[in-house]
Design a protein around this ligand. Structure first.
Ligand SMILES: O=c1ccn([C@H]2C[C@H](O)[C@@H](CO)O2)c(=O)[nH]1
Ligand SMILES: [Zn+2]
Length: 296
């Protein structure tokens, strides 16, 4: 079992420990559960889905990298496919606080990067902040997404974010997690192509400044992240942060990043380059290639 899970695992109810042990003992456990794994856990523990998700939260929170606040937030995004995706907050020493990843953003991005088409629920160990409520309002599940918290009745985003401002106010009809392919191409190696694929699936309906990041780790694996814009602009989630979420969920560490590629649409209004470069430098990575995307 990955060391980050050890103490949280030991504090779980014993029936849940028994049911989870084979999954967590897999060294390649990527902090997500397939629909059949969720069904098996429910069957073995006799817990309903909301109870099980709440019980699993300490494991999600154990993925937090809270080097500034030491406040671990965990979230579990539950997809319509039946799969569940862990998320946790990430803080970056040496970078501005604005680069922080919230647990809800982490779980949602994790689900999106794994190809989940839509979310049904999100379970979190603290009440979602205003920024996360706004971030969630970009989703294709709209304000119907269920929000489950410890010792609180399950409500929807509509309850947590009344009188919401969202994509529809700007006449946008493509929502976060909708399947898109922007059809860009660029020449380059495998890492470049991974960044191109990420940009092609990015959500930038407000600026059309589609962007994707690909990271190469010291162990040779590639992790990608897609840019996700928000109707209120500031809660937009940068492509580097998305890749860092995936890296963290896979058990990786920002200090393992060897080389990075940022792929951005040609003549875009916005650029992620300076921010991406600055944040990567705080991890000791100075190898960032900037690739321009053209329509095929
Ligand atoms: O909704 C919230 C509120 C806060 N945090 C994180 C951000 C930061 O890392 C820490 C302190 O705010 O908690 C979340 O992950 N989600
Ligand atoms: Zn938040």
């Amino acid at each position: 079992m990955q060391s980050r899970f050890l103490s949280a695992f030991e504090a779980l109810p014993s029936t849940l420990q028994t049911a989870l042990a084979p999954l967590l003992d897999d060294p390649d456990f990527e902090a997500r559960l397939s629909a059949s794994q969720v069904a098996a856990l429910q069957q073995q523990t006799q817990m309903d889905a909301d109870t099980l998700a709440l019980a699993l939260l300490p494991l999600a929170a154990a993925c937090a990298v809270a080097t500034v606040s030491h406040f671990n937030v965990g979230a579990i995004a539950r997809g319509v496919s039946g799969a569940w995706y862990f998320g946790a907050n990430m803080e970056f020493v040496g970078a501005p606080l604005q680069q922080t990843v919230h647990a809800e953003q982490s779980a949602i991005t994790h689900a999106w990067l794994c190809g989940e088409p839509q979310l049904e629920s999100i379970t979190v160990n603290y009440t979602p902040c205003g920024h996360c409520r706004q971030f969630m309002n970009e989703l294709n599940s709209g304000t119907a997404i269920r929000i489950s918290l410890p010792q609180r009745a399950v409500s929807t985003l509509a309850d947590y974010l009344p009188d919401a401002f969202g994509p529809r106010d700007l006449d946008i009809s493509t929502f976060l997690m909708d399947h898109v392919d922007h059809g860009y191409v660029a020449a380059g190696d495998e890492l470049v192509q991974a960044a191109v694929a990420a940009a092609n699936a990015s959500h930038a309906p407000y600026s059309q400044s589609h962007a994707g990041v690909a990271l190469l780790t010291v162990s040779g694996s590639i992790v990608t992240g897609r840019y996700a814009e928000n109707a209120a602009f500031n809660p937009s989630f940068p492509p580097l942060q998305a890749a860092l979420v995936r890296l963290n969920m896979q058990g990786g560490d920002v200090r393992q990043i060897k080389r990075a590629v940022l792929a951005e649409a040609e003549n875009a209004t916005l650029s992620q380059f300076a921010a991406t470069q600055a944040t990567l430098q705080t991890f000791g990575c100075s190898e960032l290639l900037h690739v321009t995307l053209n329509k095929a």
